[in-house]
Ligand binder design. Structure first.
Ligand code: 5GP
Ligand code: MN
Length: 331
C-alpha cells in the first residue's frame, strides 16, 4: 500500500511524500517563543499530513501558542510539555534557524530517524538530514506551500499558511514580500481563506494590555545617532505592572521602526535577571542579522534577534557600538 494517499479521487502531487516513505510516526516542531509564521507553518503541516496521509501519527511540539494565533483550528493539539516520546521516524523542524532554537523539542530531533528542516532564515546552516531553506522566501509558510499540492489543500491548511505569511511580511509590506509570496497568497484566497477576518484578528487586533504596553514602550523610547536609531526597554517592572507576557510586545518594534528618520529600531525585553531578549529591525541598509549573529542570535537582514546578558546599559552599549559602525560606514 503506497504511503501517498488520494483525496477526492485526485492523486497527491507534493514534494513531502519523499520524506515520508515508510514513516509511521512524525513530529513537527517550531522555534522557541513561537510567532505567527512558526505556529502557522506547524499547524499547516500538521493538518496537511493528517488530511493526506491519514495513517500517520503526527505530534506538534511548540511552546505556549500566543492567543492571537489560537484563531487557527488545531491550536489546541499542540504539545507543550516535556513528555518522553519514542523516537520519531521523521522530525520536521519549521522556522527554526538553528537546532537550539527548537528548545524542548531538541531531544526528539536528536533521536529521530530522519530530520527535515524547512526554513527561510539566511543564517540556517542546514542542520537537518534534509534541508529546504530558501532565504529569499518571505516566510516558512511560503517555503512549505511550495512543497504542498496547493490544488488539494483544505481551507484549514490554507488559513494556517496565510497567517504565517501575513505575520512575517507585515501584511505584504516588508521587503521580503515577493512575486512568489503574492502568487501563493492569491491561491490561498481562491481556496476561500477569510483574509479580512484573519488579518484583523491575527494582525491588527490588540488587547487593552498590548495597547498599553505599546504606549509605554513608545513613551519610554529614546533616540540615538541623530535620530537614526530608536531604542526601548520593556523591563520586568513594566511587564509585571501590566501582567504582560513577552508575546504581548508583538508589533511594538514595528511601530518603532516606522518613526520618521529611523534606520534601526531596538527593543529589549527583560527575560530574567541580567538577561534580555533583543529584537532589531532596520529600514534600508543596516544588516541587523550580522549584529544579532555577533551575539549568538540570527534572523534576517531587516529583522533579527538574540539574547544577551548584563545590565540594560551593558546590552545597549554593546549593541549600539555595532550599530554605530554600520551607520558610519554608510555616511
Ligand atoms: P523577533 O524580533 O520578531 O523576535 O525576531 C526577528 C527575527 O529574528 C525572526 O526571524 C527570528 O527567527 C530571529 N530571531 C529572534 N531572536 C533570535 C535568537 O535568539 N536567535 C536566532 N538565531 N534568531 C532569532
Ligand atoms: Mn519566519
Amino acid at each position: 500500500m503506497p504511503l501517498r494517499q488520494k483525496r477526492m479521487g485526485m492523486p497527491m502531487n507534493d514534494q513531502l511524500s519523499k520524506y515520508l516513505e515508510g514513516a509511521g510516526r512524525v513530529a513537527v516542531a517550531g522555534h522557541t517563543r513561537p510567532d505567527g509564521d512558526c505556529v502557522g507553518s506547524c499547524l499547516a503541516l500538521y493538518a496537511y499530513l493528517k488530511e493526506n496521509y491519514p495513517k500517520l501519527t503526527v505530534d506538534v511540539y511548540l511552546e505556549n501558542v500566543p492567543d492571537a494565533y489560537c484563531v487557527l483550528e488545531d491550536s489546541r493539539i499542540v504539545i507543550t510539555d516535556g513528555r518522553d516520546a519514542q523516537p520519531y521516524d521523521v522530525f520536521f523542524a519549521l522556522d527554526a534557524s538553528d537546532k537550539e532554537r527548537l528548545a524542548g523539542a531538541v531531544k526528539y530531533f536528536d533521536k529521530a530517524k530522519k530530520t527535515v528542516c524547512i526554513d527561510h532564515h539566511i543564517s540556517n546552516p542546514g542542520y537537518g538530514d534534509e534541508n529546504v531553506v530558501y532565504p529569499k522566501a518571505s516566510s516558512t509558510c511560503e517555503v512549505l506551500a511550495t512543497l504542498m499540492d496547493l490544488d488539494n489543500i483544505s481551507v484549514k491548511v490554507a488559513e494556517a499558511l496565510y497567517v504565517g505569511i501575513i505575520c512575517d511580511t507585515g501584511c505584504f509590506k516588508h521587503s521580503n514580500t515577493g512575486e512568489q509570496t503574492m502568487n501563493i497568497a492569491g491561491k490561498l484566497m481562491r481556496l476561500g481563506v477569510d483574509f479580512s477576518r484573519l488579518t484583523d484578528e491575527v494582525f491588527y487586533q490588540k488587547t487593552y494590555t498590548q495597547n498599553q504596553l505599546l504606549g509605554r514602550c513608545l513613551l519610554e523610547s529614546f533616540l540615538m545617532f541623530s535620530g537614526k536609531c530608536i531604542i526601548s526597554v520593556a523591563d520586568r517592572k513594566v511587564m509585571d505592572f501590566y501582567k504582560a507576557k513577552s508575546s504581548d510586545l508583538e508589533g511594538v518594534i514595528d511601530q518603532m521602526r516606522v518613526t520618521k528618520g529611523v534606520e534601526v529600531a531596538v527593543l529589549l525585553t527583560e527575560i530574567g535577571e541580567l538577561s534580555y531578549k533583543v529584537s532589531m529591525r532596520s529600514n534600508t541598509f543596516v544588516d541587523v542579522a550580522k549584529i544579532a549573529g555577533h551575539f549568538g542570535g540570527g534572523g534576517h537582514i531587516r529583522a533579527a534577534g538574540c539574547s544577551m546578558s548584563g545590565t540594560k546599559y551593558d546590552v545597549i552599549n554593546n549593541l549600539t557600538r555595532l550599530i554605530e559602525e554600520q551607520l558610519k560606514n554608510h555616511d
